[in-house]
Design a protein around this ligand. Structure first.
Ligand SMILES: [Zn+2]
Length: 64
């Protein structure tokens, strides 16, 4: 009994939201770690986050 591997595999991952990174513009796919703050996530990685802050010269995140 063989399984036929189809290149066009249809998984539920296709339904996951995604949006471009605010810095590099690369599409970043939804991560479970971002489930709680997906709307606040703007950068694909720590490097982009730091870069964005460096450009704006904004203080580190914190405060209410
Ligand atoms: Zn990025």
């Amino acid at each position: 009994m063989k399984r036929t591997v189809q290149p066009g595999f249809k998984g539920n991952k296709a339904s996951l939201p995604s949006k471009p990174c605010a810095v590099c513009g690369r599409p970043m796919s939804w991560r479970r770690a971002w489930a709680k703050n997906w709307e606040q996530v703007r950068y694909c990685c720590e490097a982009c986050r730091r870069q964005a802050k460096a450009q704006r010269g904004a203080p580190p995140e914190g405060g209410a």
